[in-house]
Design a protein around this ligand. Structure first.
Ligand code: BTN
Length: 342
């Protein structure tokens, strides 16, 4: 827990440091910075060096001080937070922990969850070396993408757990649309543009009896890299925002928009006034699945038929080839058991 505090303190200082520079066009002196942050000038210098190592550049002159000259486009706390308006501790994004490289943001979030990471924290990174996709597939995660995991310590019943990811796909779709692309949802929670996948969601959770203890919602968005960087085998079915929109998106702002949308949806769910039923019409309007032929793997079984509808719990209603109607529970393909997390 002490390590966690240290980590958050450093993040906090760098956030405040970047905020001071962002509001200032003229150079800021070391003395001014040290007074505003209550730190020694040596400590300030160390934080400036740490920011330089992750892509910020400063113009430094001995007499007048520092001026921020380049800001990286990374999912760092200091860059995402200015776009968030956090009202209370149920809002998402209170802590954003960025590293240039992680094996998997889901894996880190699960580890930190057991060390007391608070609700709503977001684990992000530049590159993932072992990004996890569903069904134990590797998720290609190069520089330029958005790889992040949100920790939810929701007092939510296991039976409602599927709502967590279904709502995440609604939030991602809304936010992507704000950034210029017409995105659709492929059941249960892939986001597609022009029929090709740009975003996948992997939820992993730990349950305590009938209740969700915590859930980690991992979201991967193929954002600012060309589709030529995707493995060849995927290119027919997957694309990137850069290739479809034609220009890079502002990644910190897009993450903030997703967190803002999700906060509203999750807070309503927590207060028992939301849930999938409340966004079912929106989901149906933006569905890439309804009306088409589907093949769904549930454990060892494969369900083949026509997707007719989605019900209030997010189950896909499928008419199978023999005429039988089947409700497929989205949770069936989403979650891993407690054993796999511990
Ligand atoms: C899928 O297979 O569609 C789900 C892909 C989920 C990928 C994201 S990237 C951020 C988070 N960390 C991971 O290791 N996986 C998820």
């Amino acid at each position: 827990m002490e390590v966690m505090n240290l980590l958050l303190d450093d993040e906090d200082i760098r956030e405040r440091l970047v905020a001071i520079f962002a509001n200032q066009t003229s150079p800021v002196s070391g003395a001014e910075l040290s007074e505003q942050l209550g730190l020694s000038r040596t400590a300030i210098w160390k934080h400036i060096k740490a920011l330089e190592r992750v892509g910020f550049t400063f113009e430094a002159s001995t007499r007048v001080g520092y001026r921020l000259t380049t800001t990286p486009d990374e999912l760092m706390s200091a860059l995402v937070k200015p776009h968030l308006s956090l009202m209370d501790d149920r809002d998402l994004g209170g802590h954003i922990l960025w590293e240039p490289e992680r094996i998997s943001t889901n894996a880190t979030a699960i580890t930190l969850a057991s060390q007391g990471l608070p609700h709503g924290s977001v684990v992000t990174c530049g590159v993932q070396t072992g990004g996890k996709g569903r069904r134990d597939k590797l998720w290609t995660s190069p520089q330029g993408g958005m790889w992040f995991s949100i920790l939810l310590r929701s007092p939510c019943a296991l039976s409602q757990a599927a709502d967590l990811t279904l709502l995440a796909s609604i939030a991602v779709r809304r936010a992507i649309e704000k950034h210029g692309a017409n995105a659709k949802i492929k059941w249960p929670n892939d986001i597609l543009i022009d029929g090709r996948k740009v975003c996948g969601i992997l939820a992993q959770m730990r349950s305590d009896g009938e209740m969700v203890d915590y859930a980690v919602i991992g979201i991967g968005i193929n954002a600012n890299f060309p589709e030529s960087e995707l493995p060849e085998a995927l290119r027919e079915r997957a694309t990137t925002l850069l290739s479809t929109i034609g220009h890079p998106v502002e990644r910190p702002k897009l993450l903030a928009d997703i967190l803002t949308e999700l906060s509203t949806l999750y807070k309503a769910l927590e207060r028992q006034i939301g849930g999938f039923a409340s966004v079912r019409d929106e989901w149906k309007k933006n569905s890439a699945t309804l009306g088409s032929r589907v093949e769904i793997r549930v454990g060892t079984e494969t369900i083949v038929g026509k997707a007719l509808d989605v019900d209030d719990s997010g189950n896909l209603i499928v008419q199978m080839d023999d005429g039988q109607i089947r409700a497929v529970h989205s949770g069936e393909v989403l979650f891993q058991s407690r054993d796999m997390l511990t």
